[in-house]
Design a binder for this molecule. Sequence first.
Ligand SMILES: [Zn+2]
Ligand SMILES: [Zn+2]
Length: 372
Amino acid sequence: MSTADVVSAKAALVRGVGGPFTIETIEVAAPREHEVRVRMVATGMCHTDLVARDGFPVPMPIVLGHEGAGVVESVGAKVTGLKVGDHVVLSFNSCADCPSCGAAKPAYCYNFLAHNFSGVRPADGSSPLSQKGDRVSGNFFGQSSFGTYAIAHERNTVRVDSDLPLELLGPLGCGIQTGAGAAVNSVGLKKGQSLAIFGGGAVGLSALLGARAIGAGTVIMIEPNPSRGALALELGATHVINPKETADVLAKIKELSGGGVNHALDTTGIPAVVAVAVETMLPNGMLGLIAVPPPDATLPANMMSMLIRGVGVKYITEGDADPQEFIPRMLGWYRAGKFPFDRLITKFPFDQINEAAHASEKGHAIKPVLVF
Ligand SMILES: [Zn+2]
Ligand SMILES: [Zn+2]
């Protein structure tokens, strides 16, 4: 690689636990054999970015960001299927070689942490990012998209049609994929079946969108924030339950669904909520757990009750999605008018990244998207 191939970029660095994000000039290396360099157009902000900023172990200083959308600026020598000028969405990365990757289940890659949280290329411990010769950690989710240029791997770079609104598409790479995939992939929701969704944030509302896209029947959203409840109704929830105003949420779900729902999703990570969710399901139901729980939490489920109904509980990563297959599938729904994920997005200029994080934490923005 020649130094002439390095580009300088504006990126948001996190230098210490808790942040803030500081926008600085860094250098981004040329792409290696199986990498691409992408000029970012916009990037979503996901809860995991803030978890990493606030102490989930990542080596700092680091450039976070893992819902990038942009245009391929240069390609490595062995990249096939991507070329300069392609519009792309970046998703999580995976190793390609483990049993999960071999079974087209990259969300359960045995080497997921190394490929998404280590801050380096797992093969040799290098980072594609630097600042005046000093190391800056990159490769967050195989991309580090909080910058004007990002290095991604061909595996986690998904080409999209150039007539689509690229600046809206980044969240398809993580948060929206996670929610929609949880409904239609992970718990196996089928057309006409019923679903209860606990929590109407970005992931819960995306699960609702996925359920609607495949023609689910009753979809009940349990959400205490009235404006999010109202949005859920607009997006096709058949019922919204405000748990602050409902004495017995379980009884209400059974009443609204005619005895119980086929499947349920928890996006809250709160054990007391999971305890209700596991009781809402009809026989052979599956409860999908998505949120990051308190570190010492255990499942609060009655085993006899589960046995009698034959219900299951599954923890979900990235909606069981293979991004190369699932992102085009979501875009097909979007084109057909069945998946209005743009309704979840609030745009911010990139230099207002701290304001975007604040809006997300305060619940004022469901899915912030930073536009470069
Ligand atoms: Zn793997
Ligand atoms: Zn994410």
